[in-house]
Design a protein around this ligand. Structure first.
Ligand code: GDP
Ligand code: MG
Length: 159
């Protein structure tokens, strides 16, 4: 508890997913959302961007070791990035703590005319795997604040 009668929680959030899905753009966008109040609790987000090209040789597992949240991102306009989600989930199983919370994020939702993965399909996939799901745009900022509010709520116990 601090002097205002509110408690503070720090969450380490690691962004993973294929190259070019928008991880760096999402993390830069997230800087304006670094701390939030959820139910009078201050949540500080520590956001870690990763590079996705050589995932199995890379140091991504090192970042995941003590992560609280993994944001697994794909690009709604590139179907293969959605199909690779299973590999990212496997990496999480191998490298992340069992307690990690995982959010599936379909990024680039501003590019509706190029969409290759429907919202319904991704929702179904997320439900089957027990993942929170949201579509975002790092370009317009759509749902970025919502994403972090919801992640915060998951930890405060609301969602
Ligand atoms: P990363 O490799 O996953 O870190 O992806 P980047 O953040 O570098 O983004 C790859 C490309 O996609 C860049 O040209 C970004 O400007 C673009 N991009 C990222 N997010 C969005 C988005 O939400 N909408 C659109 N239209 N482009 C995006
Ligand atoms: Mg990047």
């Amino acid at each position: 508890m601090n002097g205002n009668g509110t408690s503070q929680t720090k969450l380490k959030v690691v962004l993973i997913g294929d190259a070019a899905v928008g991880k760096t753009s999402l993390s830069v966008r997230s800087y304006c959302t670094r701390s939030l109040y959820v139910d009078n609790k201050k949540i500080m987000f520590q956001i870690w961007d990763t590079a996705g090209t050589e995932r199995f040789k890379s140091i991504v597992p090192f970042y995941l070791r003590d992560a609280d949240v993994a944001i697994v991102a794909y690009d709604i306009t590139e179907r293969n990035t959605f199909e690779n989600i299973n590999q990212w989930l496997r990496l999480l199983q191998e490298s992340a703590p069992e307690t990690i919370k995982c959010a599936l994020v379909g990024n680039k939702c501003d590019l509706l005319e190029k969409r290759q993965v429907t919202t319904q399909e991704a929702h179904t996939f997320a439900d089957e795997h027990g993942l929170y799901f949201l579509e975002t745009s790092a370009k317009t900022g759509q749902n970025i604040q919502q994403l972090f509010m919801d992640i915060g709520s998951i930890f405060v116990g609301g969602l």
